[in-house]
Design a protein around this ligand. Structure first.
Ligand code: PMP
Length: 452
């Protein structure tokens, strides 16, 4: 039942709050993970959930994927890791694999990190050193990680926090939003042109020759699943080339098949100079990578992207298994098929409920925009939070994101069985109904967002 007692859980959660820093808090539900397999999670009380979050697009190959586990175990039986003072085999195999599957016919090199954020940091450093320029252009509501440089270039952090970071040479461009397009423009192509012309104006104002890098999410994830029109991305690529600016494609959330292509940038037939991978790359093990033009990747001096645990042998072994699993099983194709099916079902909800304002997605990266009413498109964050709380009570883990905090994020493992996908969508519908019928109290909104 929804109100089931969680005695031991609540004691552990109290301790968590006492000892773990609030700066790492991001907890919506008082739930302790006990076990996870494919698209399901069990809490330590044995309750089962479907996972529509998959730690925000990390478990593309499913939780506890056998091939990933075996690869890690095999590596651990040989040695845990030896830092890059010495060569080891897995790092070479993964670098070669990544150079082979990423777009771009140029000569590539790869650098490894531990998180999406540290790899973005490395890519930005590479661009600064390579171009000998100071300015970085990013986008409103972007998310690139939490190193000081990442925070400085992430539009989703508050201007106050960004202002405290040592790197200030950042400009934020508007990211195309075709649902709430500037000027109320409805046609996606026209909307893309409009944003592109504003981007061009901004670049002119800064002076293109001052810009080291443009850092771009090919689909904005944490911003609320915003899918830019192709003409916008193509235009940005063209301007970057004209001004000798390094185009960094942040595929931390979109990579490894999530959007129905191996990498989301392929939807636009655009080649970035540097691509950043993380999350799903390691199938849950910590590993990230920057893959890109050799001349840029080699411009920074030795050790400037170094970390003792970078290219960790066990994580790299996991990543090799992930790359092989995704490509051998055409998991990106499955993401596309399942995504189309989910969009069809969710669009039926949009027809039925006034609060479901927009349903958008690419592959299994889907957002459901909860609004006060369809006409005003006014975001309804409180209602979205109540829906995910109710869904959690009914056995579905899902979160809200977005620049207004009102978007239900659907990003299950790409291996999710159709029955689980259906069951999860059924739970969403039941939860929407319950919220509309006033069955979910207002207090849950504070419960989910009071981190401390
Ligand atoms: N870039 C993007 C696009 C992301 O979505 C995220 C994580 N949400 C990151 C970078 C940061 O990755 P990590 O949390 O592994 O540092």
């Amino acid at each position: 039942s929804p109100s089931r007692a969680r005695g031991t859980s609540s004691q552990l959660i109290e301790k968590y709050k006492r000892y773990v820093s609030g700066s790492q808090a991001f907890k919506y539900f008082p739930m302790i993970v006990g076990k996870a397999l494919n698209a399901r999670i069990w809490d330590t009380d044995g309750r089962e959930y479907i996972d529509f979050l998959s730690s925000a697009a990390t478990y593309n190959v499913g939780h506890s994927n056998r091939e990933v586990l075996e690869a890690v175990k095999t590596q651990l039986d040989k040695f845990i890791h030896y830092c890059l003072y010495l060569y080891h085999e897995p790092v070479v195999e993964l670098a070669e694999l990544l150079a082979g599957i990423t777009p771009g016919s140029f000569e590539k090199k790869v650098a490894f990190g531990l998180s999406g954020g540290d790899a973005n940091d490395a890519a930005l450093k590479a661009a600064l050193v390579y171009t000998r320029r100071r300015v970085i252009v990013s986008f409103d509501y972007s998310y690139h990680g939490t190193t000081a440089l990442d925070i400085a270039v992430s539009g989703s952090f508050s201007p106050e926090l960004r202002g405290l970071m040592p790197f200030r040479d950042v400009y934020f461009a508007e990211y195309p939003d075709t649902y709430r397009c500037i000027g109320g423009v409805e046609d996606p192509e026209e909307c893309g042109e409009l944003y592109l012309s504003r981007f061009e104006e901004l670049l002119k104002k800064i002076g293109g020759s001052n810009v080291a890098a443009i850092i771009l999410e090919p689909v904005q994830g944490d911003g609320g699943v915003l899918i830019p029109p192709a003409n916008f991305i193509k235009g940005v690529r063209k301007m970057a080339s004209e001004h000798g600016i390094v185009l960094i494609d942040d595929e931390v959330q979109t990579g490894m098949g999530r959007t129905g292509r191996l990498f989301a940038i392929e939807h636009y037939s655009v080649e970035p100079d540097l691509m950043v991978l993380g999350k799903a790359l390691g199938g849950g093990m910590p590993v990230s990578a920057v893959v890109g033009r050799s001349d840029i990747m080699d411009s920074a001096p030795p050790q400037s992207f170094f970390a003792t645990s970078a290219a960790h042998a066990a994580s790299v072994a996991a990543a090799i298994a992930v790359v092989k699993y995704v490509t051998r099983n055409n998991l990106h194709e499955r993401a596309r098929e399942m995504g189309e099916y989910a969009l069809k079902r969710l669009n039926e909800l949009k027809e039925k409920y006034e609060v479901v304002g927009d349903v958008r997605g690419l592959g299994l990266m889907i957002g459901v925009d909860i609004v006060v009413d369809k006409k005003s498109k006014r975001p309804d964050r409180a209602k979205a939070l109540k829906i995910i709380w109710r869904a959690w009570e009914k056995g579905l883990v899902m979160m809200t994101y977005g620049k207004y905090g009102n978007v239900l994020r659907i990003a299950p493992p790409l291996t999710i069985p159709r029955e689980d996908l259906d069951k999860g969508i059924d739970i969403i519908e039941e939860s929407v109904k319950d919220v509309l019928e006033g069955k979910v109290p207002d207090e849950v909104v504070d419960k989910m967002t009071a981190w401390k």
